[in-house]
Design a binder for this molecule. Sequence first.
Ligand SMILES: [Zn+2]
Ligand SMILES: [Zn+2]
Length: 329
Amino acid sequence: MPGPAAPPGGVVLRVTATGVCRSDWHAWAGHDDDVVFPHVPGHELAGVVAEVGTGVTRWRAGDRVTVPFVCGCGRCAWCLAGEAQVCPDQQQPGFTHWGSFAEHVALHAADANLVRIPDAVDDTAAAALGCRFATAYRALVGRARVRAGEWVTVVGAGGVGLSAVMVARALGARVVAVDRNPGALAVAADLGAEHTVPADGRDVPAAVADLTGGGSAVAVDAVGSEQTCADSILSLRRRGRHVQVGLLPPVDGHPRVPMARAIAWELDLLGSHGMAAADYPEMLALVERGVLQPQRLVERTIGLEEAAALLPVFDRATVAGMIVVDPAR
Ligand SMILES: [Zn+2]
Ligand SMILES: [Zn+2]
């Protein structure tokens, strides 16, 4: 593929690390109308600024940066309020344009979206922040407003779920992790999940109710399926808060959601969509202090060739943690 050019107001990065995420698989599987072939996926990245477009004032070649997977336009009311994760004119590398499974990637509205990586955070950990870790952080801190001592059920112990376990523990919450993969549950326990529940066909909400004395205060669907969404909602105690993080594209029709329970028990059903660059400093400060350790979530680093083989089967892959791609490998 030809290398990208820096758009006006944007930059080109030399990619040093990029994560493999279930959202990349959704795009590959055709669940995203924005994606047309030929296409380069990849949206969780760290890199070094290689080329600066016209009008960029905050960045220069050589700066080591990461970026939220949702890049705001930097001009609309949402962006100006620090809410670029819902910008109506957003760009997403790997979805709205070619992404970071490549040596170089172009990024738009650099002054609004780029985030400097602190020296104490390596490229691999920084790539892990861009989508799943930041998404988990915002889901629990910004959306569910988790408080110390609350029970949090995390359905799905993949990259975003394990991130949610780590963030919930850092907030002083007690965690139940649910997954079909025993290896992933072992990692969740290692990260501080007090209980793990195998999703092996058992009644997950009943198991959570037993373990938590009536259900959790907060539940996160970190997978995105009708089953995991329902398990998450039905695992809540009365007045609990559900956060939907896993994507639920309506490819098989819109998912059925147990709204009767949401009404009768006054549950809050919250959506969460990445995290704006404006919210990164608070999270990065916790990473720098070692309170959050995204590098612990990285299972292994692979090259682009292996990534290309992994992507089509990623929805079925047995992964205990995050997989990061180093394009130079
Ligand atoms: Zn992602
Ligand atoms: Zn905007």
